[in-house]
Design a protein. Sequence first.
Length: 346
Amino acid sequence: MAPHRPVLGITMGDPAGVGPEITARALAQPAVTSSCKPVVIGDRSVMAATLELLHSPLELHAVGSPGECGFAPGAIECLDLGNVDAERLPKARVSAEAGRAAYAYIETGVKLCQSGEVDGLVTAPINKEALAAAGIQHSGHTEILAKLSGTADFAMLLMGKELRVIHVTTHVALRRVPDLVTRERVLKVIRLAQRTMSGLGRPRPRIAVCGLNPHAGEDGLFGDEEKTQIIPAVEAARREGLDVFGPLPADTLFSRARGGEFDIVVAMYHDQGHVPVKTLGFTYDEAAGAWTGLSGVNVTVGLPFLRVSVDHGTAFDRAWKGIANPESMVEALDVAVRMLAARPAS
């Protein structure tokens, strides 16, 4: 029996950025389309212009709903929302028009997941400035998806080839982080880490928790958040039967996790978790003036549906030049397929 191929909705992201190109490049790879049935949620004119830019052999098939998709070999299915015209769209720069379109793609993707018309969502990058220009005040994809789905308990998980990191706080000013690192929030994220790893087929994961302060507070010398908030959360998680370690100094914890001592790390704030994952996954070649490696994906944990994303931005400096790297999009689609396959049958 042939393996099940889930239907994955791929939001185009900001149409002025690299999203359309990395999507088209990824869907030109037979390994991708042999494992899933992808439908791009975006605009027909943008995808047509992208295929022309890339001299792609793919044939564009515009549809009004996922049910109209044929998923024929050599075709790219595009759910055409008709939001922008590629000829008039300001490319490779911030615009309100692109921000409105990107938000509409996400809204549609959420509705399709909720209706069961797609099995999961894979998202190309959006631009926060473009969203703001369109009057959409959200700090990022994760928060948009949580609000649209009515999700209260959620977290950002970064998955690289060597690290898995879930975050207690993400898109907030650094000065706000200590107030947001509460016992309740840390415990919720530890539970989400457990849920994530169980969904990946590891029901007894080793969960490591970062300290907030240098040296994990040094017994209160460099701050008391470890004593007052993080340790109580770790102890509560242990009482629930979870295999939790910490809080541990972040400057050495990620190397230990990379070496195999832990399965997932709970980071306290955005850069604490993002820097190690992206340092390992991203490679910049100064001589070529290009990113030659863009490994790593972002998963929103806690949503009522699966959402996986590329782990980079709109890259306006590289957009609409035919040179964007699709590595993270290919990886995101693969992770989505594997995570859906690991879920228990309902």
